[in-house]
Design a protein around this ligand. Structure first.
Ligand code: MF3
Ligand code: CO
Length: 260
Protein backbone atom coordinates (compact mmCIF):
# COMPACT_ATOMS: atom_id res chain seq x y z
CA UNK A 1 0.00 0.00 0.00
CA UNK A 2 1.43 3.35 -1.08
CA UNK A 3 0.79 6.24 1.32
CA UNK A 4 0.41 9.48 -0.63
CA UNK A 5 1.50 12.63 1.20
CA UNK A 6 -0.20 16.01 1.28
CA UNK A 7 1.87 19.12 0.44
CA UNK A 8 2.04 19.84 4.20
CA UNK A 9 3.39 16.36 4.87
CA UNK A 10 5.94 16.80 2.11
CA UNK A 11 7.15 19.95 3.91
CA UNK A 12 7.71 17.78 6.98
CA UNK A 13 9.53 15.23 4.81
CA UNK A 14 11.72 18.09 3.60
CA UNK A 15 12.70 18.98 7.18
CA UNK A 16 13.73 15.38 7.90
CA UNK A 17 15.58 15.19 4.59
CA UNK A 18 17.50 18.40 5.37
CA UNK A 19 18.58 17.08 8.74
CA UNK A 20 19.81 13.78 7.31
CA UNK A 21 21.73 15.69 4.62
CA UNK A 22 23.39 17.86 7.29
CA UNK A 23 24.19 14.76 9.34
CA UNK A 24 26.10 13.15 6.47
CA UNK A 25 28.12 16.37 6.08
CA UNK A 26 28.93 16.44 9.80
CA UNK A 27 30.13 12.83 9.65
CA UNK A 28 32.10 13.63 6.50
CA UNK A 29 34.20 16.20 8.37
CA UNK A 30 35.47 13.45 10.68
CA UNK A 31 36.33 10.88 8.03
CA UNK A 32 40.10 10.40 7.90
CA UNK A 33 42.61 7.57 8.23
CA UNK A 34 42.70 6.37 11.87
CA UNK A 35 39.12 7.17 12.89
CA UNK A 36 36.98 4.30 14.15
CA UNK A 37 33.56 3.66 12.70
CA UNK A 38 32.18 3.83 16.25
CA UNK A 39 33.43 7.41 16.60
CA UNK A 40 31.56 8.37 13.41
CA UNK A 41 28.44 6.72 14.77
CA UNK A 42 28.64 8.68 18.03
CA UNK A 43 29.10 11.96 16.16
CA UNK A 44 26.04 11.24 14.02
CA UNK A 45 23.84 10.27 16.98
CA UNK A 46 24.74 13.40 18.96
CA UNK A 47 24.30 15.65 15.92
CA UNK A 48 20.84 14.25 15.16
CA UNK A 49 19.68 14.54 18.78
CA UNK A 50 21.13 18.06 19.13
CA UNK A 51 19.10 19.10 16.08
CA UNK A 52 15.75 17.80 17.25
CA UNK A 53 15.80 14.52 15.34
CA UNK A 54 15.80 10.84 16.19
CA UNK A 55 18.27 8.30 14.82
CA UNK A 56 15.80 5.97 13.10
CA UNK A 57 18.22 3.11 12.34
CA UNK A 58 19.26 2.72 15.99
CA UNK A 59 17.26 -0.23 17.29
CA UNK A 60 15.36 -0.68 14.01
CA UNK A 61 14.70 -4.44 13.91
CA UNK A 62 17.66 -4.70 16.26
CA UNK A 63 20.16 -2.68 14.17
CA UNK A 64 22.94 -1.65 16.60
CA UNK A 65 23.92 1.80 15.31
CA UNK A 66 22.84 5.21 14.09
CA UNK A 67 24.83 4.74 10.89
CA UNK A 68 25.17 1.89 8.43
CA UNK A 69 28.90 1.98 7.63
CA UNK A 70 30.01 0.42 4.38
CA UNK A 71 33.79 0.04 4.08
CA UNK A 72 35.11 -1.17 0.69
CA UNK A 73 33.50 -4.59 0.11
CA UNK A 74 30.63 -3.90 2.50
CA UNK A 75 27.55 -3.26 0.37
CA UNK A 76 25.01 -2.22 3.01
CA UNK A 77 24.11 -2.40 6.72
CA UNK A 78 27.64 -2.53 8.15
CA UNK A 79 27.81 -2.20 11.95
CA UNK A 80 29.74 0.64 13.56
CA UNK A 81 32.51 -0.73 15.78
CA UNK A 82 36.24 -0.81 16.43
CA UNK A 83 37.22 -0.95 12.75
CA UNK A 84 39.69 1.81 11.91
CA UNK A 85 39.41 3.53 8.53
CA UNK A 86 42.59 3.32 6.48
CA UNK A 87 44.09 5.46 3.74
CA UNK A 88 42.67 4.20 0.44
CA UNK A 89 39.35 2.96 1.83
CA UNK A 90 36.00 4.07 0.52
CA UNK A 91 33.25 4.32 3.12
CA UNK A 92 29.53 4.62 2.52
CA UNK A 93 27.60 6.33 5.30
CA UNK A 94 23.89 5.50 5.16
CA UNK A 95 21.39 6.74 7.73
CA UNK A 96 17.78 7.61 8.36
CA UNK A 97 16.65 10.53 10.52
CA UNK A 98 13.18 10.95 11.97
CA UNK A 99 11.94 14.50 12.52
CA UNK A 100 8.45 15.19 13.85
CA UNK A 101 7.27 11.76 12.74
CA UNK A 102 8.70 11.79 9.20
CA UNK A 103 11.79 10.09 7.79
CA UNK A 104 14.68 11.28 5.65
CA UNK A 105 17.10 8.70 4.21
CA UNK A 106 20.39 9.35 2.42
CA UNK A 107 23.75 7.74 1.75
CA UNK A 108 27.08 9.04 0.47
CA UNK A 109 30.32 7.18 -0.25
CA UNK A 110 33.42 9.08 0.91
CA UNK A 111 37.11 8.64 0.16
CA UNK A 112 39.47 8.03 3.09
CA UNK A 113 42.78 9.71 2.23
CA UNK A 114 43.91 8.91 -1.29
CA UNK A 115 41.94 6.26 -3.15
CA UNK A 116 42.75 4.35 -6.33
CA UNK A 117 41.50 5.58 -9.73
CA UNK A 118 39.42 2.37 -9.94
CA UNK A 119 37.57 3.15 -6.70
CA UNK A 120 37.11 6.76 -7.77
CA UNK A 121 35.54 5.65 -11.04
CA UNK A 122 33.23 3.21 -9.23
CA UNK A 123 32.02 5.95 -6.88
CA UNK A 124 31.55 8.48 -9.68
CA UNK A 125 29.56 6.05 -11.77
CA UNK A 126 27.37 5.07 -8.82
CA UNK A 127 26.64 8.69 -7.98
CA UNK A 128 25.90 9.46 -11.62
CA UNK A 129 23.61 6.41 -11.73
CA UNK A 130 21.64 7.87 -8.82
CA UNK A 131 21.06 11.06 -10.83
CA UNK A 132 20.22 9.05 -13.94
CA UNK A 133 17.58 7.29 -11.83
CA UNK A 134 16.28 10.63 -10.53
CA UNK A 135 16.05 11.96 -14.07
CA UNK A 136 13.89 8.94 -14.98
CA UNK A 137 11.64 9.50 -11.93
CA UNK A 138 9.32 11.96 -13.67
CA UNK A 139 5.64 12.14 -12.71
CA UNK A 140 3.83 9.56 -14.84
CA UNK A 141 6.94 7.38 -15.30
CA UNK A 142 7.02 3.90 -13.81
CA UNK A 143 9.32 2.37 -11.20
CA UNK A 144 10.73 0.09 -13.91
CA UNK A 145 11.89 3.16 -15.85
CA UNK A 146 14.05 4.22 -12.90
CA UNK A 147 15.34 0.69 -12.40
CA UNK A 148 16.19 0.17 -16.04
CA UNK A 149 17.92 3.54 -16.37
CA UNK A 150 20.24 2.74 -13.44
CA UNK A 151 20.97 -0.80 -14.58
CA UNK A 152 21.72 0.23 -18.16
CA UNK A 153 23.99 3.09 -17.07
CA UNK A 154 26.08 0.88 -14.76
CA UNK A 155 26.26 -2.29 -16.83
CA UNK A 156 27.38 -0.31 -19.91
CA UNK A 157 30.35 0.73 -17.83
CA UNK A 158 31.05 -2.87 -16.78
CA UNK A 159 29.86 -2.55 -13.21
CA UNK A 160 27.27 -4.87 -11.69
CA UNK A 161 24.05 -4.07 -9.87
CA UNK A 162 23.19 -5.63 -6.50
CA UNK A 163 19.72 -7.16 -6.84
CA UNK A 164 18.85 -8.32 -3.35
CA UNK A 165 18.57 -4.78 -1.95
CA UNK A 166 16.30 -2.03 -3.27
CA UNK A 167 15.22 1.54 -2.82
CA UNK A 168 11.79 2.06 -1.31
CA UNK A 169 8.90 4.32 -0.50
CA UNK A 170 9.37 6.48 2.62
CA UNK A 171 7.24 8.64 4.90
CA UNK A 172 6.20 8.06 8.48
CA UNK A 173 7.98 4.72 8.04
CA UNK A 174 11.53 4.16 6.85
CA UNK A 175 10.39 1.55 4.37
CA UNK A 176 7.05 1.94 2.60
CA UNK A 177 5.76 0.65 -0.73
CA UNK A 178 6.73 0.64 -3.51
CA UNK A 179 10.06 -1.17 -3.76
CA UNK A 180 12.46 0.67 -6.06
CA UNK A 181 14.91 -1.84 -7.57
CA UNK A 182 18.07 -0.81 -9.39
CA UNK A 183 17.54 -3.27 -12.23
CA UNK A 184 14.59 -4.35 -14.33
CA UNK A 185 12.43 -3.65 -17.32
CA UNK A 186 11.17 -0.31 -18.49
CA UNK A 187 7.42 0.30 -18.44
CA UNK A 188 6.62 -2.01 -15.53
CA UNK A 189 5.72 -1.27 -11.92
CA UNK A 190 3.86 1.57 -10.25
CA UNK A 191 3.36 4.88 -11.95
CA UNK A 192 4.82 7.88 -10.10
CA UNK A 193 2.12 10.28 -8.99
CA UNK A 194 1.73 13.37 -6.84
CA UNK A 195 2.19 12.66 -3.15
CA UNK A 196 4.63 9.76 -3.57
CA UNK A 197 7.94 9.88 -1.71
CA UNK A 198 10.63 7.39 -2.68
CA UNK A 199 14.28 6.64 -2.02
CA UNK A 200 16.55 5.75 -4.92
CA UNK A 201 19.73 4.00 -3.80
CA UNK A 202 21.95 2.24 -6.31
CA UNK A 203 24.38 -0.28 -4.79
CA UNK A 204 26.98 -0.95 -7.48
CA UNK A 205 29.87 -3.45 -7.49
CA UNK A 206 33.24 -3.36 -9.23
CA UNK A 207 33.21 -7.13 -9.62
CA UNK A 208 30.32 -9.59 -9.65
CA UNK A 209 26.89 -8.67 -8.35
CA UNK A 210 26.82 -11.53 -5.84
CA UNK A 211 26.62 -10.73 -2.15
CA UNK A 212 26.90 -12.60 1.13
CA UNK A 213 24.95 -11.69 4.26
CA UNK A 214 26.86 -12.08 7.52
CA UNK A 215 25.70 -14.57 10.14
CA UNK A 216 24.56 -11.53 12.19
CA UNK A 217 21.77 -11.23 9.62
CA UNK A 218 22.64 -7.66 8.63
CA UNK A 219 26.05 -6.92 7.22
CA UNK A 220 26.14 -7.46 3.50
CA UNK A 221 29.41 -7.86 1.55
CA UNK A 222 30.39 -8.62 -2.03
CA UNK A 223 31.12 -12.33 -2.47
CA UNK A 224 34.33 -11.60 -4.37
CA UNK A 225 35.35 -8.98 -1.75
CA UNK A 226 35.83 -6.35 -4.46
CA UNK A 227 34.57 -2.83 -3.64
CA UNK A 228 30.97 -1.65 -3.75
CA UNK A 229 29.61 1.92 -3.74
CA UNK A 230 26.26 3.33 -2.60
CA UNK A 231 24.52 6.72 -2.85
CA UNK A 232 20.94 7.55 -1.92
CA UNK A 233 18.48 10.43 -2.11
CA UNK A 234 14.92 10.89 -0.83
CA UNK A 235 12.56 12.32 -3.49
CA UNK A 236 9.01 13.65 -3.55
CA UNK A 237 6.61 13.86 -6.47
CA UNK A 238 4.66 17.02 -5.79
CA UNK A 239 3.00 19.83 -7.73
CA UNK A 240 3.47 17.89 -10.95
CA UNK A 241 7.25 17.63 -10.60
CA UNK A 242 9.93 15.60 -8.92
CA UNK A 243 11.87 17.23 -6.10
CA UNK A 244 15.01 15.81 -4.55
CA UNK A 245 14.48 16.44 -0.83
CA UNK A 246 17.93 15.38 0.38
CA UNK A 247 21.04 17.10 -0.96
CA UNK A 248 24.79 16.47 -1.13
CA UNK A 249 25.44 20.24 -1.12
CA UNK A 250 26.21 20.30 2.62
CA UNK A 251 28.72 17.49 2.10
CA UNK A 252 30.38 19.22 -0.81
CA UNK A 253 30.64 22.44 1.24
CA UNK A 254 32.04 20.62 4.28
CA UNK A 255 34.67 18.53 2.57
CA UNK A 256 36.88 19.12 -0.39
CA UNK A 257 39.63 16.51 -0.12
CA UNK A 258 37.23 13.60 0.47
CA UNK A 259 35.09 14.59 -2.48
CA UNK A 260 35.22 11.86 -5.09
N1 MF3 B 1 19.01 3.27 3.57
C1 MF3 B 1 18.97 2.06 4.32
C2 MF3 B 1 17.81 1.22 3.85
O1 MF3 B 1 16.90 1.74 3.26
C3 MF3 B 1 18.89 2.36 5.78
C4 MF3 B 1 18.85 1.16 6.62
S1 MF3 B 1 18.78 1.59 8.28
C5 MF3 B 1 18.72 0.10 9.10
O2 MF3 B 1 17.78 0.01 4.03
F1 MF3 B 1 18.42 0.36 10.30
F2 MF3 B 1 17.83 -0.67 8.55
F3 MF3 B 1 19.89 -0.48 8.99
CO1 CO C 1 17.05 3.62 2.06
Amino acid sequence: MIYLKTPEEIEQMRAAATLVSQTLAEVGRWIEPGVTTRKLDTIAREFILDNGGKPACLGYEGFPGTLCIEVNETVVHGFPGERVLLDGDIVGIDTVVEKDGFMGDSCYTFAVGTISPEKKALCRTTREALYVGIEAAKPGARIGDIANAIQTYCEKRNYSVVREMCGHGIGRHMHEDPEVPNYGRRGIGHRLQDGMCICIEPMINMGSRNIVIDSNGWECRTRDRRPSAHYEHTLAITGGRTEVLTTFDYIHQAITDKFI
